[in-house]
Design a protein around this ligand. Structure first.
Ligand SMILES: [Cu+2]
Length: 168
């Protein structure tokens, strides 16, 4: 855990505008973004977020996306549904919250360009804790569709994902 935090620190370029308290308070581990095909306008960011004091993930931003929202995906019968968590995603104190395919995710929408596997994308996540807002800068790695996320082949999975976003 400590190793990962210091790696993030280095990966984020030790941005001076990030208050050190944000790093002590919030850990974002293994941030990644699902890669996109050229026409695709939306994708998800996934990570494991731990807030030491407890708080909420309330918003985000990234230079590659026009709009960033916090979403939840869940099964409704046989249909995968997605909704925006307008009040944010709860981060219980000291508990790692998983953002993963088929569940919570940070939705990057109105993408300005395709995101290629292997590239690194900066994303700012805003976490509210005890009335204070802290911005955590993460460098997310773009990956191909996660193996086993929905039991689909990469091509079908990406297509499904795209349709899901359009439903929103
Ligand atoms: Cu979404």
């Amino acid at each position: 855990m400590h190793k990962t935090l210091s790696q993030l620190f280095l990966a984020a370029g030790l941005s001076l505008c990030v208050p050190l308290s944000a790093w002590a308070q919030v850990q974002v581990q293994d941030p990644w973004i699902r890669g996109t095909v050229p026409q695709q306008k939306a994708t998800g960011l996934f990570a494991q977020i731990t807030s030491a004091r407890g708080g909420k993930l309330v918003s985000g931003s990234s230079p590659v996306a026009g709009v960033v929202e916090i979403h939840e995906m869940s099964m409704d019968g046989n249909t995968m549904r997605m909704r925006a968590l307008t009040n944010g995603l709860d981060l219980p104190a000291g508990q790692a919250v998983m953002l993963k395919p088929g569940g919570y995710h940070v939705m990057l929408m109105d993408l300005k360009r395709p995101l290629k596997t292997g590239e690194t994308v900066p994303v700012s996540l805003v976490i509210e804790s005890a009335g204070q807002r802290e911005t955590v800068e993460v460098q997310a790695t773009v990956r191909a569709l996660a193996a086993g996320s929905q039991g689909a082949s990469p091509g079908h999975g990406a297509h499904h994902n795209h349709q899901g976003h359009k439903m929103d």
